[in-house]
Design a protein around this ligand. Structure first.
Ligand code: KIV
Length: 266
């Protein structure tokens, strides 16, 4: 028996309109702090390539890195759902994706894996789901595609790309996704997607209409060297401690106070 937040429980959050609080976690110490503050979903994001390893992008992150950091997190938490990113080029083909995801669950101790992309991931998504692996989709800004995109910018502002994203969200749900991250999209688009799908949406730079919110931990503690994007709030000033800052974040998400209008793209 385990008391890990289950996938059906996660859906119940959406059904009863309770916001889901999520943050990234990469190590045991912070994972404990996040659990104590009531963070429901710990995302072992490949953003660790930037904030832990010092790379400029998430592209250099490998599967070994993800297994290692996922294990560091999952080893010490009981309640939060641990979601691990499938890193760049580790899920191009269904069988490769299955082997990668299996390592994140079996060796890393994750309960769910996340992958970037929409319709092009259908085959991969279907195989993982068929094998009993919960999957989180990720639409909008896809950091693993940064070398194609050229720069990090808001996605889905034009009618055609917005429609494409809505269709992708529906396709991912149809293929069995249990959760959907929406990154850097206009708030109205995220609201539409959230209404269209029955699975919970977790926004980052996607406005307050999503079913939950996620931020990179180091960003919400004001620990990033560059000017943060507009959707980031530093919760440390005034909180007095890291624990209090994380609690303030959870409270603000639950109350629908974060993100505010100043954090939103239009
Ligand atoms: O890698 C990561 O931290 C992520 C979040 C930004 C959603 O994918």
């Amino acid at each position: 028996m385990t008391d890990v937040l289950s996938v059906p429980e996660l859906r119940a959050f959406k059904e009863r309109g309770e916001k889901i609080a999520s943050l990234t976690a990469y190590d045991a110490t912070f994972a404990r702090v996040l659990e104590a503050a009531g963070v429901e979903v710990l995302l072992v994001g490949d953003s660790l390539g930037v904030v832990v390893q010092g790379h400029l992008t998430t592209v250099p992150v490998g599967l070994e890195d993800m297994v290692y950091h996922t294990r560091c997190v999952s080893r010490v938490v009981r309640r939060p759902l641990v979601v691990a990113d499938l890193p760049f080029a580790s899920y191009a083909e269904p069988m490769q994706a299955l082997r990668s995801a299996a390592r994140l669950l079996q060796e890393g101790g994750a309960q769910m894996v996340k992958l970037e992309g929409g319709r092009q991931r259908m085959e991969v998504m279907r195989l993982l789901v068929r094998e009993g692996i919960p999957v989180c989709g990720h639409l909008g800004l896809l950091p693993q595609s940064i070398h194609r995109l050229g720069r990090y910018r808001v996605q889905g502002r034009e009618a055609q790309s917005a429609q494409h994203l809505i269709e992708d969200a529906c396709l991912l749900e149809e293929a069995g996704a249990e959760l959907l991250v929406l990154e850097c999209v206009p708030a109205t688009l995220a609201e539409t997607v959230t209404a269209e799908v029955t699975i919970p949406t977790i926004g980052i730079g996607a406005g307050s209409g999503c079913d939950g919110q996620v931020l990179v931990l180091h960003d919400m503690l004001g620990m990033t060297p560059d000017k943060p994007p507009r959707f980031v709030q530093d919760f440390l000033p005034g909180a007095g401690s890291i624990e209090a800052a994380v609690t303030a974040y959870v409270t603000a998400v639950k109350a629908g106070r974060f993100p505010g209008p100043q954090h939103v793209y239009r």
